[in-house]
Design a protein around this ligand. Structure first.
Ligand code: OAK
Length: 803
C-alpha cells in the first residue's frame, strides 16, 4: 500500500464510518479507521491461510486457554504487515500524534498474568513461524479489573473494554454451536443391545464464536484466535420466565475471574470452563467432518492443548462426542482422546490446583460426570495389582467428594509439561511424583519464552534500531542472532550508544511517572523494577524491606554515599486476597513517606504505578536497569517478566527459582545477581521443620528495625495492614522465608549499587543480557511444542503449488 492509497482509504473510511472529514477527525476516529484498513489488509491472507490448511488437510493444534492477554494490537499488526513506518509518518504528517492514536485502543486484557500472556505470545509465534496453531477461549465482556489507588488502597473498577467496539473481531454467526447444561441423563438400550445415553430437561445455550486474526510477522500467515460468547438460543426463549433468569445465563461470559491462583469453586467458573471447552471441541469436530476423513483418524489431524487445568473438560467432552455422536467404543475413543490431548502445568502452589465438588459436576454436567466416573473406574481397575493401592488412591481422579482436575489431565493426555527446567524437575520428583512413576514417558519440559517482537522490537525502538545498526536485522526473525552482540562487549562506542538508548527510555518513563503520579524521578538513578501479580510467594515484601533498610541507613547517616535509586512497582492483587492488598497499601505508604522526606533529598524514590497491564509493561520494561525476580526458590514455575526485562538489558536480581536458573546459565554468574535459599535448602526446612523466623529476628537488629516499622507508627496509616504483615512474618513463621533471605538480598543489592557506578562494567553486563536473551524467544518454545508434542509443521507450500 502506498502512502497515497493509505490517505485515500483513510479519508473514505472516516467519511463513511463517522460522517466527517479527515481534517476534523480525533484520535478516536483515526484509530477505528486505521484499524479497519489494517484488517482489510490481512483479510485475504487470513482467508488464504484457512483455505490452505483446509485444502492441505493440515494437522493443526488448538491451544485451549481460559485466558488470553494480547494487549493492544494496532501497533503489532502494523509491524507484522510491514506498514508501521509508513502509517506512522503519514499520520504525523497529517498533523496527528501517532502515539495518541495508539493509546485510544483498549488493552485486550482477558487474562490475569503469566499464563494468559504466555498464551498470547505463543499465538503470535505460531503465526510468525507459519505454524498451523489456533487459540480457543472466552470472549469476556469485562476483562481484568482496572486498578486504582485510593488512599493507597487498591480499588477495582470494571474494564468494559468492548464499550467502544472491537475492530479486530469477526462474529461468525454461522459457526455457532449449542452447549448443554444440567438435566438428567439415563442409559437406554438400543436395538443392537448397546446402551445409549439419553438426556432430558437440559438447558441449551448458544455459543457464538468471535474470531480475531493473529497476524504472522512478515509472512502471509494469519491464524485464528476464537473466543466464545454466550447467548440464549431462540428456541429456548420461552423457557426463561424472568429477566433475572435470562441474565444469569448471559452472565456466563460476562467477567473474567480476577484470581490467578485461588480457585473459588464457583458454579459460574465451572460453567465457563465447560462452555468454552464444549464449544471449542464441537467446532473442531465440525471442521474435521469437512475433511471427509473417517473419525477413527481424527488424531492424525488434531492436537489439543490444555493450558493448565481450566480446560480439563476437553478430555471427557471429546470422549462424549466420540462415544455418543460417533458410536465409537470406549477403548477406541480413549485411544484417540489421549493421543490428541496434551497438558501444561503452570504452578505448584497447592491452592491453585483445581478441584471441583463432585456433586456440582454431577448436577450441572451430568454426562461429563458419568464419563469422568468411568475414566476413574477404569484407571483404578487397570492399575490394581500392578501398583500399590495407596499410590492408586493418591492418583485417581475422584477422591472423596472431589474431582481432581490435574489428575484428569495427566491420565487423559499423552504429554504433561512444566514451564522451566527446575519446575519440570519438581513436577517429576515431588509434586507429581506418583504420576511420574506411572507414566514416566509423558513428562517433559518446555521452558517458557516471550516474543521479542512485542517486548523489544515494538516496545523499545531505540534499542531495536541500535541492534539493527550493530548486527543487522536478522535477529527480528531469528532472535538467537542477538548473540552476535557479544562481539561488541568491549566496543566503547557501542556500549555508549546502548547506554544512550536506555537513557532515552528512562526519560520517557520518567515523564510518564510524573504525568500520572506527580512524582519527579531522576533518570540517572537506578531504575529498579518489580512487575508481576502481587503474591506472597513473589515476595514484593522482601523488596520493600530492603527499601526500608536503605531508608534507615540514609536517615542515620545522611551524608553517606548512596547511589540514587527509583524503585518501580506494578502489580494487581486478586480482589479477595487481603494479605496482598495489605502489601500494596504498605508499599504506597512507604512511598509516600520516603518521597516526601527532605533528608532523602531525591536519592530514593518509590513509585507504584497503577493498573499494571500489557501496555504499561511496554513502557516500563525498556527503561529498567534492574529486574527483581526474588520469589522463594521452588515457588515461581517459570516467570516471563524476567525474560522480557533481560532482553531489554536489565540486570536480574534473582533467586534460583523458575527460569532464573536458566537465565543465569545463559548470561554467566558475573552478569546476574543471585542470592537466597536454594531448592534443596527450602525442602530441607520443610522436612526438618526447623525454620524459626523469630530466632532470626531476635538476632538481627536491622531486621528488628525494619519489621517494627510496620507496627510502631514509623510507616503511617497502616495499623491493620502493618500488623497483618508483621504477624505473617513472626507469628505465622514467615511461610516464604523472607527473613532468611533478607541479609543476602541486601548484600547483592549493595554490590549492585557499587557496580552501577562503573558505567563501562554495567553497560557490558547489560549488553550481554540482551545478547543472550534470544534463547528465551517463544519462537523456539512453540517450535519445541510443535515438534515434540503437537507434531505440527508449516504448510508445505511447494506441495500446494504441485497440486
Ligand atoms: C494461573 C492460574 C492457575 C495456575 C497458574 C497460573 C499462572 O499464571 N501461572 C504462571 O504461569 C506463567 C506462565 O507459565 C509462569 O511464568 C509463572 O511462573 C506462573 O506463576
Amino acid at each position: 500500500m502506498t502512502r497515497e492509497e493509505f490517505i485515500e482509504d483513510l479519508r473514505n473510511r472516516v467519511r463513511e464510518s463517522f460522517a466527517m472529514e479527515l481534517e476534523t477527525a480525533t484520535p478516536n476516529e483515526l484509530f477505528v479507521a486505521i484499524g479497519q484498513i489494517v484488517r482489510a489488509c490481512y483479510a485475504k491472507s487470513w482467508h488464504n491461510t484457512r483455505q490452505r490448511y483446509l485444502v492441505n488437510k493440515q494437522r493443526q493444534s488448538y491451544y485451549f486457554s481460559i485466558e488470553f492477554l494480547p494487549g493492544r494490537m494496532l501497533k503489532s499488526n502494523l509491524m507484522s504487515l510491514g506498514l508501521l513506518d509508513m502509517v506512522r509518518s503519514t499520520v504525523e504528517e497529517l498533523g496527528f500524534e501517532f502515539e495518541e492514536v495508539l493509546n485510544v485502543e483498549n488493552d485486550m486484557a482477558l487474562g490475569n498474568g503469566g499464563l494468559g500472556r504466555l498464551a498470547s505470545c505463543f499465538l503470535d509465534c505460531l503465526a510468525s513461524r507459519e505454524l498451523p496453531g489456533n487459540g480457543n477461549g472466552i470472549r469476556y465482556d469485562y476483562g481484568l479489573f482496572k486498578q486504582q489507588f485510593v488512599d493507597g488502597y487498591q480499588v477495582e473498577l470494571p474494564d468494559a473494554w468492548l464499550k467502544s467496539g472491537n475492530v479486530w473481531e469477526v462474529r461468525r454467526e454461522s459457526e455457532a454451536v449449542e452447549v448443554r447444561f444440567g438435566g438428567n441423563v439415563y442409559m437406554q438400550p438400543t436395538k443392537d443391545g448397546k446402551l445409549k445415553p439419553v438426556a432430558e430437561n437440559e438447558r441449551i445455550l448458544r455459543a457464538i464464536p468471535y474470531d480475531t486474526g493473529v497476524v504472522g510477522y512478515h509472512n502471509d500467515t494469519v491464524n485464528t484466535l476464537r473466543l466464545w460468547s454466550v447467548e440464549v438460543p431462540e428456541s429456548e426463549e420461552g423457557k426463561y420466565r424472568s429477566i433475572e433468569e435470562r441474565r444469569m445465563v448471559e452472565d456466563l461470559t460476562a467477567v473474567l475471574y480476577p484470581d490467578d491462583s485461588n480457585e473459588q469453586g464457583r458454579l459460574t467458573r465451572l460453567s465457563q470452563e465447560y462452555f468454552f471447552v464444549s464449544a471449542g471441541i464441537q467446532s473442531i469436530v465440525r471442521y474435521y467432518k469437512k475433511l471427509k476423513m473417517p473419525i477413527s483418524r481424527i488424531n492424525e489431524y488434531v492436537a489439543i492443548h490444555i493450558n493448565d487445568t481450566h480446560p480439563a473438560l476437553c478430555i471427557p467432552e471429546m470422549m462424549r462426542i466420540l462415544l455418543d455422536e460417533f458410536d465409537l467404543s470406549w477403548e477406541k475413543s480413549w485411544g484417540l482422546t489421549v493421543s490428541m490431548m496434551s497438558y501444561t502445568n503452570h504452578t505448584i502452589m497447592q491452592e491453585a490446583l483445581e478441584k471441583w465438588p463432585l456433586q456440582m459436576v454431577k448436577y450441572h454436567l451430568p454426562r461429563m460426570f458419568q464419563i469422568i466416573e468411568e475414566i476413574d473406574r477404569r484407571f483404578v481397575t487397570n492399575l490394581t495389582g500392578l501398583y500399590p493401592d495407596d499410590l492408586i488412591q493418591r492418583t485417581r481422579i475422584i477422591q472423596g467428594d472431589q474431582i481432581h482436575m490435574a489428575n484428569l489431565c495427566i491420565i487423559g493426555s499423552h504429554s504433561t509439561n512444566g514451564v522451566a527446567k527446575l519446575h519440570s524437575d519438581l513436577l517429576k520428583s515431588v509434586v507429581l511424583h506418583d504420576f511420574y512413576v506411572l507414566y514416566p514417558e509423558r513428562f517433559n519440559n518446555k521452558t517458557n519464552g516471550i516474543t521479542q517482537r512485542r517486548w523489544l522490537q515494538q516496545a523499545n525502538e531505540p534499542l531495536a534500531n541500535l541492534i539493527d545498526k550493530t548486527i543487522g536485522t536478522s535477529w527480528r526473525k531469528e532472535p538467537t542472532d542477538m548473540e552476535r552482540l557479544m562481539n561488541y562487549c568491549e566496543d566503547n562506542e557501542v556500549l555508549v550508544a546502548f547506554e544512550q538508548a536506555k537513557q532515552q527510555n528512562k526519560l520517557a518513563l520518567a515523564k510518564y511517572i510524573e504525568k500520572t503520579t506527580n512524582i519527579k524521578v531522576q533518570p540517572n538513578a537506578i531504575f529498579d523494577v518489580q512487575i508481576k501479580r502481587l503474591h506472597a510467594y513473589k515476595r514484593q515484601l522482601l523488596n520493600l524491606m530492603h527499601i526500608l533498610k536503605c531508608y534507615f541507613d540514609l536517615k542515620d547517616n545522611p551524608e553517606m554515599d548512596f547511589v540514587p535509586r527509583v524503585w518501580i512497582f506494578g502489580a494487581k492483587a486478586a480482589p479477595s486476597y487481603t494479605y496482598a492488598k495489605a502489601i500494596i497499601k504498605a508499599i504506597n505508604e512507604v512511598a509516600n513517606l520516603i518521597n516526601h522526606d527532605p533528608i532523602i533529598n531525591d536519592r530514593m524514590k518509590v513509585v507504584f504505578l497503577e493498573n499494571y497491564n500489557v501496555s504499561l509493561a511496554e513502557r516500563i520494561i525498556p527503561a529498567a536497569d534492574v529486574s527483581e525476580q526474588i520469589s522463594l526458590a521452588t515457588k515461581e514455575a517459570s516467570g516471563t517478566s524476567n525474560m522480557k526485562l533481560m532482553s531489554n538489558g536489565a540486570i536480574t536480581v534473582a533467586t534460583m527459582d523458575g527460569a532464573n536458573v536458566e537465565i543465569r546459565a545463559a548470561v554467566g554468574d558475573e552478569n546476574i545477581y543471585t542470592f537466597g535459599l536454594t531448592e534443596e535448602e527450602v525442602y530441607r526446612y520443610y522436612e526438618q521443620g526447623n525454620y524459626s523466623a523469630q530466632a532470626i529476628y531476635d538476632q538481627d537488629p536491622v531486621i528488628q528495625r525494619v519489621l517494627n516499622a510496620f507496627v510502631d507508627g514509623t510507616i503511617p496509616n497502616i495499623q491493620r495492614e502493618g500488623q497483618e504483615i508483621f504477624d505473617s512474618l513472626l507469628r505465622y513463621n514467615d511461610e516464604f522465608f523472607l527473613l532468611k533471605d533478607f541479609v543476602p538480598y541486601c548484600q547483592v543489592q549493595a554490590k549492585l549499587s557499587q557496580d552501577y557506578l562503573n558505567r563501562e562494567k554495567w553497560q557490558k553486563m547489560s549488553l550481554i543480557n540482551t545478547a543472550k536473551s534470544g534463547i528465551f524467544s517463544a519462537d523456539y518454545t512453540v517450535q519445541r511444542y510443535a515438534d515434540d508434542i503437537w507434531q505440527i509443521a508449516p504448510v508445505d507450500l511447494h506441495k500446494e503449488k504441485r497440486n
